[in-house]
Design a protein around this ligand. Structure first.
Ligand SMILES: C[S@@+](CC[C@H](N)C(=O)[O-])C[C@H]1O[C@@H](n2cnc3c(N)ncnc32)[C@H](O)[C@@H]1O
Length: 204
């Protein structure tokens, strides 16, 4: 089964796989930025993209799962916000260069080969003075955290991400502890602490 089919299956089996609201760290970061043009890369069901649109951002949201994108569309319509939904693979579909004030990548875990392709693609799409935000399970999460992919090849080191940010001022590159509930976004019972890589960088 292809990775795309695997994600489609996962999104088909459950009403909402991720939380309805945005990632908390992401939301905290965005509150300090002036709204402009944003892209949410690997947006899933659109929890962050829809929230961004509600904060007056002009948002493009991309994911290769058509099931996730269809859910995102429905939720956005219910909440009466506009998002430009794109069903594409970010390792092959070229994002416009120097286009976005904000490029957000949350929990996109792929093989190294794919990562080399999408990382360059998404970084190139940040405008001068634009912000790049990357949040994902840290490579240390397998040993010391809960949840997320258990294959180390899917989890880049922080250095792999920051080294790709040529021409950027890397303002934050740190591991953040995130409490995880047993049924993420749907309950309060704590499963444990996940370790997330968090990078925030500004194109100079
Ligand atoms: C863990 S989910 C995260 C979803 C969303 N970023 C969030 O935080 O709620 C990972 C998402 O990456 C998408 N994905 C994986 N590989 C992709 C690729 N090459 N191109 C586009 N989307 C991809 C999957 O379909 C899935 O929706």
């Amino acid at each position: 089964m292809s990775t795309r089919q695997m994600w489609n299956d996962r999104y088909t089996k459950k009403d909402l796989v991720w939380s309805a609201g945005p990632n908390e760290l992401f939301a905290t970061e965005i509150r300090n930025l002036k709204p402009g043009k944003a892209v949410d890369v690997a947006c899933g069901e659109g929890r962050n993209a829809i929230w961004l649109a509600e904060q007056e951002w002009n948002v493009m949201a991309i994911d290769f799962s058509d099931v996730a994108i269809a859910k995102g569309r429905r939720i956005a319509a219910k909440r009466d916000v506009n998002v430009n939904w794109i069903t594409e693979d970010v390792s092959t579909w070229k994002l416009p260069k120097y286009e976005f004030d904000l490029v957000a990548v949350l929990y996109l875990h792929t093989t190294i080969r794919e990562r080399e392709l999408w990382l360059k693609n998404v970084i190139d799409s940040v405008k001068p003075s634009g912000t790049f935000i990357y949040i994902a399970h840290d490579s240390d999460n397998i040993e010391n955290g809960v949840g997320g992919p258990q294959d180390p090849a899917l989890l880049p080191t922080m250095a792999e991400i920051t080294n790709a940010l040529k021409g950027f001022d890397v303002e934050i590159a740190e591991v953040i502890e995130r409490p995880v509930s047993r049924d993420p976004g749907h309950g309060k019972e704590l499963e444990g602490i996940a370790l997330d890589s968090f990078v925030r960088a500004l194109r100079t």
